[in-house]
Ligand binder design. Structure first.
Ligand SMILES: C[C@H](O)[C@H](O)[C@H]1CNC2=NC(N)=NC(=O)C2=N1
Length: 105
């Protein structure tokens, strides 16, 4: 097992957020909204959960009728932001693009 992941500094977090315009920092969490219809949102969650299982990092996901809200932090780092959160955020963005274009409702 790897040790406890290292929390990022405020400067490191700002650098990473600068290239993730969909994401907002709220303390020790980053979050974004994905506008997506309900059934496409379900499909996106299944896709994302499979990716999360493989990378060993998981988002908190709130499914609503016309959007998802996704939040990421690292519980193994006492709920601080780490590199793994920004890696997952970038993967979420790519998955969202694919699913937002699916014609499911
Ligand atoms: C053992 C397992 O890899 C860990 O519990 C992983 C799983 N997924 C995780 N996801 C998130 N968001 N934070 C973690 O600290 C974390 N830890």
């Amino acid at each position: 097992m790897a040790g406890v992941p290292t929390p990022l500094t405020d400067e490191e977090i700002a650098e990473r957020l600068a290239v993730l315009p969909e994401w907002t920092r709220d303390g020790d969490v980053i979050h974004r909204r994905v506008d997506i219809r309900y059934h496409a949102g379900v499909a996106m969650i299944v896709h994302l959960a499979d990716r999360e299982r493989r990378i060993g990092h998981h988002a908190d996901i709130d499914l609503r009728i016309d959007h998802l809200h996704i939040a990421v932090t690292t519980h193994d780092a006492d709920y601080k932001l780490t590199e793994a959160d920004f890696d997952l955020a970038a993967r979420i963005d790519a998955i969202a693009v694919a699913h937002q274009s699916t014609p499911l409702d």
